[in-house]
Design a protein around this ligand. Structure first.
Ligand code: GLN
Length: 562
């Protein structure tokens, strides 16, 4: 196994994840099989309990792992299916060591950070890196490891020490360290400053790790003199100083790296230059260029709770992008804080209320994404009602599907105070109820997580056609509540159809409103499996409907050409 470690210095938010996945893309384009590991030095066991406000979206894997959103980038960029173990956290490592300690595995020894925690980290990396993630057999050729946080953080110390030991044991030709750093410019026509990078490299070297490559983030391309200076002070050959300057869209980054011959240098370092081919990045080039030259756009209203931080819905945004590119449209996402649509807001914040409604009315389609808690639910119900009554394409994901059910129950079926028991546990009409797969009492296992089968019930519906009439689909889940199976016959009296159910027939997975151009609610999250070259069928249908192309497409979806 060859390891490519990506660390970050100077500031957080440098796009280390995108840099690391782009390096993976270029190596994959050279014919190598690539896997990845993301290390998050925080103490949480996983990202499941972390707020999307603070940390961005919780990404869900096939195996139900709730992980950092960077794993989503790896899955999308490398087109792989990762496992929960591909995300290492301090919490997981300590838990494994403490479990062993309780079992007496350390034979009375003092359990310490070095060597016990560092050994656990090394063993974890070595065993996870060989898990195949690309559908083929046997381990990948290269494992890209991204160390979260910034070098110098107290939390990352045990990881850096473990990685130093790993480097020492596997040797120079099996380990390559790329340090991502920032080259700021002070003033308008100022100089490119190398000092922060010098400091962070010094910090790394003090820990026994010397970077083989620098990946420097900058607004403008790096000057030759800046590279010379970096090389001299950071002990990195000029040819190994890569520059990731600002580009119009992230799909340019693998191209940028290829243009600087990053792959040649990395492959040479790893002794892989003889087995690799010249990189084939045709598809990436095409996509990056198509996106830069899109002239027509589609306005999408996203009505959610966490609209302040767009990373909170990162995979939804990416899935919209993939679908839009397939339709040659530029996505114009209008974020609407659901609570601004509510009647109360007309009194307390009239301007925000008016602006929110104006934005909603201007949109060509409405998306209500997943969420937890009751904030903004009333506004989401209003948005779903607006989309239903005005025949505006609607896609409700997870909470968004539950919202449709509540809305229709209240406004079409006139079921008094119809609600989800998540928001009103005394409702006389519980149309959405708590239906955990696991324990009802132990919080940690009440969530229905990961890939589950949805059987498509009727071939004659939009969803089945979009999924090319497959018998079933495997999509990822992350929820506790579901449509109340006892109320399904009543709900269907409204015209609503549950066109997808789980294998037991008790869990409603997909709903549609037949007399509507596109009104679809799904209990699962189709966004997690969308890929740049393979947009999610439902997002594609949603964007086609918004741009008036769905009817035509459904006549010949097999052609796949738009
Ligand atoms: N809060 C809802 C539930 O737990 C929806 C979850 C979601 O949208 N991911 O079922």
């Amino acid at each position: 196994m060859k390891y490519v470690l990506v660390t970050g210095g100077v500031v957080s938010g440098l796009g280390k994840g995108v840099t690391a996945s782009s390096i993976g893309v270029v190596l994959k384009a050279c014919g190598l099989r690539v896997t990845s590991i993301k290390i998050d030095p925080y103490l949480n066991t996983d990202a499941g309990t972390m707020s999307p406000f603070e940390h961005g979206e919780v990404f869900v894997l096939d195996d139900g792992g709730e992980v950092d959103l960077d794993l989503g980038n790896y899955e999308r960029f490398l087109d792989v299916t990762l496992t929960r173990d591909n995300n290492i956290t301090t919490g997981k490592i300590y838990q494994s060591v403490l479990d062993k300690e309780r079992k007496g595995d350390y034979l009375g020894k003092t359990v310490q950070v070095v060597p016990h925690i560092t050994d656990a980290i090394r063993n974890w990396i070595e065993s996870v890196s060989v898990i195949p993630v690309d559908g083929k057999e046997g381990p990948a050729d290269v494992c890209v490891i991204e160390l979260g946080g910034t070098v110098g953080d107290i939390e990352s110390m045990p990881f850096l020490e473990a990685l130093r030991q790993l480097f020492f044991s596997v040797g120079q030709h099996n380990f390559c360290l790329i340090h991502v750093s920032l080259i700021p410019v002070l003033g308008v026509v100022g100089e490119q400053k190398t000092k922060p990078t010098q400091h962070s490299v010094r910090e790394l070297r003090a820990l026994g790790l010397t970077p083989h490559f620098l990946a420097c983030r900058s607004a403008q391309p790096l000057l030759e003199s800046t590279k010379q200076k970096l090389s001299q002070f950071c002990h990195v050959p000029v040819g190994n100083i890569l520059n990731i300057h600002d580009v119009p869209n992230i799909w340019h980054i693998p191209l940028l790296l290829r243009n600087q011959n990053a792959h040649d240098a990395v492959l040479k370092h790893l002794d892989l230059d003889r087995v690799a081919q010249t990189p084939n990045l045709q598809e990436w080039t095409l996509r990056a260029e198509i996106f830069d030259n899109l002239t027509n756009s589609v306005r999408i209203a996203m009505v959610g709770k966490y609209v302040g931080l767009t990373d909170s819905y990162l995979s939804v945004v990416k899935a919209l992008l993939h679908a839009c590119i397939a339709c040659s449209l530029r996505p114009e996402i209008d974020w609407i804080a659901a609570s601004d649509l509510e009647d109360d807001s007309a009194e307390t914040t009239p301007e925000a209320h008016a602006a929110a409604w104006k934005t909603l009315r201007n949109a060509e389609c409405v998306l209500v994404p997943g969420g937890f808690g009751d904030r903004g639910v009333t506004g989401m119900i209003l948005a779903a009602k607006y989309a239903r009554e005005n025949k505006v394409p609607y896609l409700g994901i997870c909470l968004g599907m539950q919202i449709s059910v509540i809305e229709i129950a209240r406004n079409v079926l006139r079921l008094e105070r119809a609600n989800s028991t998540e928001f009103d546990d005394k409702t006389p009409n519980p149309v959405v109820i708590f239906m955990p797969e696991g324990s009802k009492t132990y919080m940690g296992s009440t969530m229905r997580l990961g890939s589950r089968k949805t059987l498509l019930q009727t071939p004659n519906c939009i969803t089945a056609k979009l999924y090319h009439n497959s018998e079933y689909v495997d999509e990822r889940h992350r929820h506790r509540y579901e449509v109340n199976p006892d109320m399904v016959p009543k709900l269907e009296e409204s015209g609503l159809k549950f066109v997808g159910k789980d294998e037991s027939g008790k869990r409603m997975e997909i709903l549609e409103l037949p007399d509507h151009p596109f009104y679809v609610g799904v209990q699962f999250h189709p966004e997690f499996k969308s890929r740049p070259a393979r947009p999610s069928a439902l997002f594609l249908g949603f964007i086609l409907a918004a741009s008036g192309q769905l009817v035509q497409y459904l006549k010949s979806p097999q052609n796949g050409s738009l």
